[in-house]
Design a protein around this ligand. Sequence first.
Ligand code: PEP
Length: 243
Amino acid sequence: MKYIIGNWKMNMTAGEIVEFTRGVKKYKIPKNSPVQFGLAVPYVYLLGMAKLQGHVLIGAQNVSEHNNGAFTGEISAEMLADVGLDFCIVGHSERRTLFGETNEMINEKIKKLQEYQVLPLLCIGETEEEFTAGKTKEVLHEQLTKCLANINKEQEIIVAYEPVWAIGTGKTASIEIIKETTAFIKQELQSILGKLGTAVLYGGSVNPQNAPAILHCEGVDGALIGGASLDADKYMQIASTLF
Ligand code: PEP
């Protein structure tokens, strides 16, 4: 099974979501399809989406590291679970760079999600500067070690390798880099979690043209898709690479 998860970021209106849903329905998904679809949607649409979509995992793009209380503007893990959400993205590079999220904060968020049985989808990745300096593995090791410290190892998590320099830029990591880095992440996960089998996705300018090579790359368990997931045709063309 491979995950095809869209991250709508701060995009879409209710009307555009109706259009998107219509667009998706034009595609026939085979019964034995190996694809697990998912969409990470803005908070205001979560309740409606969680009720609407049966076979699509619906997730949030962020969660508070705090329990319910005096945190104006925040949304708790308990609330996400209460509206029936399946998963929540944590540690997206935009949250790290634009909103100052640290590995320690991300670790707290993962623990809160686990407490309420919402599947965490952890994003990790190096910046262009770190990539050029040959520090990718060092950065990923630190992110994984700190973000996953003392979490419940029995509960499932998903990890997305998203090189920051590939997000929204039209640049994708080469297949060699994706293969090598995914294998490294899986090794690290085995040593941190003491088990195999954690899904590792790739994210960073995935589109219908590059999807076949990326999704069939050894070790890649699916894709986290930003820009292309706003267009039903592109989203479904990426997924249909797998049927
Ligand atoms: C993302 O935001 O997680 C992402 C991968 O974006 P894009 O596909 O637009 O690069």
